[in-house]
Ligand binder design. Structure first.
Ligand code: ZN
Length: 265
């Protein structure tokens, strides 16, 4: 147990991770309360760290070492996305990202000294050089490119056979979101886009991305997939998309972009 400012109140909800999986109650939905978890005599390797509140109840994140406590089942966040309502899922995402940050900054990236928790901020501070290490979010753009009735879908080499998704990639240093959209589409499929339109964003905890969604109109060029990354890319008529199982899930921002395109009629 780390010496943080996180002494949890008795009724706090425990977002507790074993590896990358969250421990959820076997019966009903949601996560256990901290006393339930402590009664199971588990040893926390991280936390509890406070991460905010949900419906007026404090929430903490912690990580367990070793065996799983009885009565709780470990589920991946991808399994939970379709099951949980947004506020609860949002807190699970936050918990995962806070834990990722905490683990990734045990040592100062500037001088290598072991860091300690800041007394008031959610930051780790280096006692040697004073650098503050806040949680790091990586922005990425995801784009639905459309051409009349068609939209552009692509398959990465890592996708399972038959599965198609939208063009996406990380924002590079010094870039605007719009520049990243134009560059990623150009690099991955070799076409030019125009008329970018912001759609929305989604925290994506694998491990700490902020996915920023755009629509973009096709401007020019022929599809030329980038060989190292893209296995296949093509235009799909809106009435002949891959089946729902072979395209992004409805809870993802990619799925929401596609649904919004189809709803536009
Ligand atoms: Zn340092």
């Amino acid at each position: 147990m780390t010496g943080s400012a996180a002494s949890a109140s008795p009724e706090a909800l425990a977002f507790c991770f074993a590896g990358s999986r969250l421990l959820v109650r076997r019966e009903g939905e949601g996560v256990p309360e901290v006393p339930t978890l402590l009664a199971l005599d588990q040893r926390a390797t991280v936390g509890p760290l406070p991460i905010g509140s949900l419906d007026g109840r404090a929430c903490v994140v912690l990580a367990l070492d070793g065996g799983l406590p009885p009565g709780l089942i470990p589920l991946g966040l991808r399994d939970l996305f379709p099951l949980w309502p947004e506020p609860l899922m949002g807190m699970a995402v936050r918990a995962s990202e806070v834990l990722e940050w905490y683990r990734a900054h045990a040592f100062c990236g500037r001088c290598g000294t072991a860091t300690v928790m800041h007394t008031t901020e959610m930051a780790r501070v280096c006692p040697a050089c004073g650098t503050l290490h806040f949680a790091r979010i990586s922005p990425a753009v995801i784009t639905l490119v459309h051409r009349g009735r068609e939209l552009l879908l692509a398959r990465n080499h890592s996708f399972r056979p038959g599965f198609f998704a939208l063009v996406a990639g990380f924002v590079e240093p010094g870039e605007t979101l719009e520049e990243a959209v134009v560059r990623e589409v150009r690099e991955e499929v070799g076409i030019e886009v125009r008329e970018l339109r912001y759609f929305g964003s989604q925290a994506w905890p694998f491990p700490s991305q902020l996915m920023v969604g755009f629509f973009a109109s096709y401007a020019s060029g022929e599809i030329r997939p980038q060989a190292t990354e893209i296995a296949e890319a093509r235009w799909f008529d809106r009435d002949r998309l891959p089946s729902p199982n072979d395209r992004p899930a409805p809870y993802s921002i990619a799925g929401r972009l596609i649904a919004a395109f189809l709803e536009r009629g």
